[in-house]
Design a binder for this molecule. Sequence first.
Ligand code: FMN
Length: 242
Amino acid sequence: MKASAEIFNQIVNERRSVRVYDAEVPFDTDAVARSIDRAILSPNSSNMQLWEFYRVRDPKKIAAIAAFCFNQPAALTATELVIVVTRLDHWKEHAKHNVDHLKKQFKEPYGKKEEMALNYYQKVMPLLYSHDPMNILGFFKKIVATVKGISGLTYWQVGYADLRTIVHKSAALASQTIMLSLKSEGYDSCPMEGFDSRKVKKYLGLPGGAEINMIISTGTAKPEGIYGERFRLDRSEVVFEV
Ligand SMILES: Cc1cc2nc3c(=O)[nH]c(=O)nc-3n(C[C@H](O)[C@H](O)[C@H](O)COP(=O)(O)O)c2cc1C
């Protein structure tokens, strides 16, 4: 095994969800900034980067958000919180950022490859990401997908719920990068989905199109902050050879 794999293995194995942090241990807040910078490098769907990261460092604000997390100890005792947010509502701006980035790289006249790349963000993304919360558009897109599916391959994930899933998948990968990075920096973390999402959204002043992916608490674990031995099903239950 390569030395880098050994280090990675150690980070993965030592990361545990920690519910009680030690406020007495000094904390380097730059480690969180570095971890978020690394998270931004996470793979994400079509490089649309429909995510945001909100840092909460003020103890009063941590306490306010911990209350929305039903006062879970993982939030109450946190040294810092990172709230990972999905921004499906930013799809138009982010598609344009991608177009601008591509145009900066391409030289005119554009060839077939360049046209295809631009087309992806100027035509395919609008087709996929146009949505309404009532899923009326999604309903019609699903009919088109179904008809296409009769005669060949089709892309099914075109409804409103599918789009929400797409942005949450990418945000969850960023969340994992944050947690593994924090461990590499010598700190612990806990991902949380147990919170009143409406209250957290209101607290952050977020609009309807934004959703909370996860709230990540961080700090240094107290021994009692790790709730028991790690448990995973036997790999034969979950790993299959195809
Ligand atoms: C999406 C997600 C949401 C979670 N929500 C909570 C939570 O609200 N509170 C909590 O204490 N742990 C939460 N956890 C932590 C899990 O309980 C924990 O990852 C699992 O028990 C495995 O333990 P380990 O992380 O120590 O390996 C969450 C984990 C994930 C991935």
